[in-house]
Design a protein around this ligand. Structure first.
Ligand SMILES: C[S@@+](CC[C@H](N)C(=O)[O-])C[C@H]1O[C@@H](n2cnc3c(N)ncnc32)[C@H](O)[C@@H]1O
Length: 211
């Protein structure tokens, strides 16, 4: 079975994306640099299932890109919830902003333009769900901030934590791999969290803040 056969099969057996998400996915692949960075239908659906289960009042995303995950999560979160998403790149943000408006979700999604390293320390609001999906080298630096910003019982989701399997390859010593190893260890060694790494896509860490 090839990857594209599997992709096709999944597409036929999972709930299809809404029209806006489908258009955004298409637009991203036609116009954005590195379109692979976008969450896309399967990952978006997974985040939506999480939001439907948790019913978060507040969600924080680090790394908006063109807005796929932010819009997907907003669609699946309760009416009064707010999704805050941070993005450093203005071009990505302008696509995201256009599609947030197309989806009629301006009241539920707050897009923040800036570097998460500066933005996170300035936030004071608590979040029920945090989705970390930007700047892999900084994951270990983000961790204390994310812990501070998570509500008790809140969930942290961190994408790409297996980094294509490089975290278990002793020969891999690039900055991203080292940072992701350290991040996975920091979460594991923090007794305020219980955690699981799902070998989904590029590895998704799910951690629940106990206190
Ligand atoms: C993997 S993409 C995010 C994909 C997005 N979550 C989605 O579901 O489509 C990572 C994004 O993080 C942004 N980024 C990288 N470093 C950043 C930083 N330090 N602060 C904020 N955004 C950053 C990049 O510009 C890029 O758009």
């Amino acid at each position: 079975m090839t990857d594209s056969q599997l992709e096709h099969y999944l597409g036929q057996h999972c709930t299809p994306p809404t029209e806006v998400l489908h258009d955004l996915w298409r637009h991203t692949w036609l116009h954005a640099v590195y379109p692979r960075m976008a969450a896309g239908p399967q990952h978006g659906l997974f985040l939506q299932m999480i939001c439907r289960m948790l019913r978060p009042a507040s969600v924080l995303e680090i790394g908006t890109f063109t807005g796929y995950a932010a819009i997907a999560m907003a669609m699946a979160s309760p009416d009064q919830s707010l999704i805050t998403s941070i993005e450093a790149n203005e071009e990505h943000l302008s696509i995201a902003s256009r599609y947030v408006a197309k989806a009629g979700l301006q009241h539920k999604i707050q897009l923040i333009h800036g570097d998460a390293k500066q933005v996170l320390p300035a936030l004071s609001h608590r979040f029920d769900l945090i989705y970390l999906d930007a700047d892999k080298v900084s994951y270990p630096d983000y961790f204390p901030q994310l812990k501070r910003l998570l509500s008790e019982g809140g969930f942290l989701l961190a994408d790409n934590v297996l980094w294509g399997g490089k975290v278990v390859d002793p020969a891999a010593t690039d900055r991203e791999t080292e940072a992701l190893r350290l991040f996975n260890k920091l979460v594991r060694d923090d007794s305020d969290f219980e955690q699981l790494i799902l070998p989904l896509h590029d590895g998704l860490l799910m951690a629940r803040k106990l206190s």
